[in-house]
Design a protein around this ligand. Sequence first.
Ligand code: DX5
Ligand code: ZN
Length: 218
Amino acid sequence: MHPTLLAPSLLAGDHAHLAASAQTVAAAGASWLHIDIMDGHFAPNLTFGPETVAALRRAGAKLFFDVHLMLDEPQKYIEAFAKAGANNITIHIEPVYDHRRTLSRIRKLGCQCGIVLNPGTPAAAIGPLLDQVDLVLVMTVQPGFGGQTFRRDMLPKLGQIAQWRKERSLKFRLEVDGGIDLDTARECHAAGADTFVAGTAFFKAADKPAFAATFAAL
Ligand code: DX5
Ligand code: ZN
């Protein structure tokens, strides 16, 4: 359905030189940049803000900004990230807010929209929203940090969502995030994923263009 692609995660980049890390992603031939936003509540860490995204745009980044909001109240921040230059904004299903209204507001702001679920959340939680999103993100680690171990027990959930996409002729991208490298990406691809977030594996790769090319050829 969708050409497979790699979305390197800026969280594993050089926090003293984020624009250079974005340039490294572009130079490797990747077209997406995954940007993790955490509030210290929903996820036990603090990362970047809208000004970071805007500064990367001012620094000349032309990549597709795939912004992953790990926030208790994402509905309060979507305008700021859209204005800052986000291309896709993905919100979590777990916190209590108007998910459907927030997804349509993200689109009205000119961005693509995504819904994401944590490892402990069943696929059924997002079933009613699948016809309204451009992307579904299945977390393969608990949000909060890079460098964690891939959770193989998420593969059945990935397969279930891919099955629903097929049965309902839906067109959303199916993304995975957490502990993704060439081996775990192949397992996720076999289960239906087409979009692969990789932080540690990408920024540690000796040959980044070859690494990125492998994902495009999955
Ligand atoms: C974790 C983030 C991920 C993380 C992935 O909460 O959502 O995007 O940066 O990093 P790796 O690929 O190192 O697991
Ligand atoms: Zn992420």
